[in-house]
Ligand binder design. Structure first.
Ligand SMILES: O=C(O)CCC(=O)C(=O)O
Length: 274
């Protein structure tokens, strides 16, 4: 077991994020990429745009990342020993596409309260400045900031949620090799630029690991127990998969993704493509 050291924990608490952390081998990361690409080939458009959520429910390789004990040890250091998984997102940026992520805070629109949760961003390809890695604004996690909803072209966020006037000179690149992860706090301001390389940039994001005391205040999320015990039982529990693309799990995933869309667009009269 490799829990965070007190220095690493201090860094997370003070800066709002922590990286890089080695969690998968390069081969494991590549095998997960291959499974994603197989799904893309077998069921075209299934995991595009608003289908990018909860792919771990139909992919055994992504399921095993979500329940990876190295990741859970680190997560336990932050949110405690009772851990639920509450949805995942694939952030894929293809070369020659305009995809970017505006600066935002996850806690502003995800509905998970209290903020006893953490997001794990696992690199399935290298993620560097050139292909649009995440940029964090250290120490910005101390308060919730105003966001504009821009629904702007190329923005990979559902409503183009944007914190304006982020001081670029204070932001830090989070460069990761395939198999490494970063962790970020619910309130840290972060975003990313476009992919200027010749290969895809794939981030598999467990968004998020939540303590069992966390409620979904904007709608409904089902969960999986990742570690420990759930004494609160606030959420419906769904099974893990060991079968690739099973029909049953495809429909379960569709149901979960409809719940997510209701959360993401709550109170909005405009619908984006994610
Ligand atoms: O993958 C990216 O570039 C951004 C991801 C993100 O916003 C997140 O994980 O919360």
């Amino acid at each position: 077991m490799t829990y965070l050291t007190s220095n690493q924990l201090k860094q997370y608490q003070e800066e709002g994020y922590l990286a890089p952390i080695d969690v998968l081998s390069k081969d494991e990361a590549f095998a997960s990429r291959e499974e994603i690409e197989l799904i893309e080939k077998e069921i075209p458009n299934e995991i595009d745009k608003s289908g990018r959520y909860n792919v771990h429910l139909i992919s055994p390789k992504l399921d095993s990342i979500v329940h990876n004990s190295k990741i859970l040890d680190v997560v336990e250091s932050i949110i405690g020993k009772d851990i639920l998984v509450c949805s995942t997102t694939l952030f894929i940026k293809n070369p020659n596409e305009e995809g970017f992520v505006s600066y935002h805070q996850d806690a502003k629109y995800i509905g998970l309260e209290p903020h006893n949760w953490v997001t794990a961003w696992v690199a399935l390809t290298n993620s560097f400045e050139e292909n649009g890695c995440i940029k964090m604004w250290p120490k910005s996690h101390l308060e919730i900031k105003d966001h504009n909803e821009k629904f702007n072209k190329g923005n990979l966020l559902t409503r183009g949620q944007t914190v304006e006037n982020v001081p670029e000179n204070e932001t830090k690149l989070v460069e990761l090799k395939a198999g490494q992860m970063s962790l970020h706090h619910p309130k840290i301001v972060h975003g990313s630029g476009i992919n200027r390389s010749n290969d895809r940039r794939i981030g598999f994001v467990i968004q998020s690991y939540i303590g069992t005391n966390v409620k979904q205040t904007l709608g409904k999320n089902s969960v999986q127990l990742a570690r420990g015990e759930d004494k609160f039982n606030y959420h419906e529990v769904i099974k893990r998969t060991d079968v690739l693309m099973s029909k049953k799990n495809i429909s379960l995933r569709n149901r979960e993704n409809k719940y997510l869309q209701q959360i993401f667009y709550k109170g909005s009269n405009q619908k984006g493509s994610y």
